[in-house]
Design a protein around this ligand. Sequence first.
Ligand SMILES: *[C@@H]1O[C@H](CO)[C@@H](O)[C@H](O)[C@H]1NC(C)=O
Ligand SMILES: *[C@@H]1O[C@H](CO)[C@@H](O)[C@H](O)[C@H]1NC(C)=O
Length: 701
Amino acid sequence: MVSCRVGFCLILLGTVLVFYTVGAGGATAEKGVTYDGRSLIIDGQRKLLFSGSIHYPRSTPEMWPSLIEKTKEGGIDVIQTYVFWNLHEPKLGQYDFSGRNDLVKFIKEIRSQGLYVCLRIGPFIEAEWNYGPSKFHMRKFTSKIVNLMKSEGLYASQGGPIILSQIENEYGNVEAAFHEKGASYVKWAGQMAVGLQTGVPWIMCKQPDAPDPVINTCNGMRCGETFPGPNSPNKPKMWTEDWTSFFQVYGAEPYIRSAEDIAFHAALFVAKNGSYINYYMYHGGTNFGRTSSSYFITGYYDQAPLDEYGLLRQPKYGHLKELHAAIKSSANPLLQGKQTILSLGPMQQAYVFEDPSSGCVAFLVNNDATKVIQIQFRNNAYSLRPKSIGILQNCKNLIYETAKVNVAKNMRVTTPVQVFNVPDKWEVFRETIPTFSGTSLKTNALLEHTKLTKDKSDYLWYTSRFKPDSPCANPSLYIESSGHVVHVFVNNALAGSGHGSRDIRVVKLQVPVSLINGQNNISILSGMVGLPDSGAYMERKSYGLTKVQISCGERKTIDLGGSKWGYSVGLLGEKVRLHQWRNLRRVKWSTNNAGLIKNRPLAWYKIMFDGPNGNGPVGLNMESMGKGEMWVNGESIGRYWVSFLTPSGHPSQSIYHIPRAFLKASGNLLVVLEEEGGDPLGISLNTISVVGSNQAQSQLS
Ligand SMILES: *[C@@H]1O[C@H](CO)[C@@H](O)[C@H](O)[C@H]1NC(C)=O
Ligand SMILES: *[C@@H]1O[C@H](CO)[C@@H](O)[C@H](O)[C@H]1NC(C)=O
């Protein structure tokens, strides 16, 4: 976490917010964004805004236009994205804004479709993203991004689409761990951001002490019930993360939140004066490469209104689209009217916004989750479903009910179009298991994993030797690791594997081994599945082996922790960058031997394949494999892990997205790294589509 040092904190600049000038002949709103206690004010107009999170690096530039178009068609006004610091500045001072990292292109695409942008610069972002960056160079990076946006004219104050920026992210979760430094850091971060003079407001989410003029906002699933509100009556009530689902880790089932529940809580937030709701995520996308944080699957918020592939999830998408239209049809009374709250029963209320010039709208709330309730309101009778909010246009016509879904459910189907089951087409390269004598870094201790790998690789080899000084009966190895995965090799053979989970971080593993009387080679591969994305003092977290013991029967245990250990970072195939065409010849591949192909730990596989017809989404079914990573034409499509089953006995994720932009019509190269052993002959290429509506246009008359 960033700590605020005294010298650094003195860089406080004057606060400038937004301008609203009175010109000749009355009030003239200039371009720009300000706010009052009711809402954001854009170009002089109060705004009720629906927003959706889409993270540009979690899809491809080729996908952006259609994702944005579907989002707009869903009744969304704003696209909210984080800025992914470690993608843009992988090495200090070396910036990358190319390809999926082309933030300016993404924002310009949003502008061209007429939507606004909320730019969550962070730079600490969490987001289930590998090591949500937390460096002392926060100010430098924040200025870099702000200046980039200014130079492209992208702030609303310049006529561009960016109406909001966020500084920090859910720092309130960890603030207490930093005692008084936490609060002064928040102040500093706010002042630093405001000092950058973007001409649009700044927000901080989950930050009750956000300093003026920064707006504190809510994240969660029920902000209408949980959010105490802004910390000043002059700030609008905003919800920056309305979780449409939840992140998913390996070993867990997807979190399914119903369309009715999302609609209920969104409507309640608006009924209680909320004027900005952002769905997190509206489209989650894919954690390509090694970008996902600890244990997260590559599919990100697949249950969002637009699924991992950008396909519509019905009825969620359509039900929310109708909600947005219903609320927008009463934007005037909502934004200009005076609120009154009436009790209509023990668990029923009406929230009424009314104003002689702008009209009237009422939200009838039935909090009873079990009963249909008849409600009398202004001489009309309404019947409300359990746990439902009805929206009365003109305080009379029931135009929407959160618990009544009019949109038909659709279903996603995965169709295998090629099974890679011809042994002759595959080639395999097996990693050599390093031994102690071949390593260059040696110490008398078990070292921390990430200090050596520096996240350049998931893998670190711990190698040692063991020579029993007396006969060792029924030998077994006992290993403890603080994360995440271990594979134990004794004399070149895999003796066993173990892993932790997001909830149980310590890996404990006892495996029987066979030893010879002389020197035995012990090589333990420690693997990580991403770094943490959040928490206090992340830099103090440690991973890798903490204990290695050999037991001979019941009686004798020899601790190897203090023996000589030799280290080697990464795998050979990684070092030669075997996933790229030009490096394929740097190792010797075995061909044409089905027997060699199956169930080999630490094997690299390659095959050539044709791209599937059509232009719909494509995915690889990896269910026949164990754990590893795969690349298509040199692009990593992420880490797979199908051997880690959910409590109900299924892989958390079987299908792995290959964006169309990675594929050619023919001559595609698939490279797979398998850690545990699997059967590549079962891998298949699939097209993904939906049965039922995938039309963004309303199906309703
Ligand atoms: C909504 O805002 C009005 C005006 O500030 C206030 O009187 C009322 O208490 C607010 N309602 C809720 C539910 O917060
Ligand atoms: C251990 O590794 C060395 C090479 O470092 C090798 O010469 C030796 O044969 C190996 N021992 C066993 C038992 O496999």
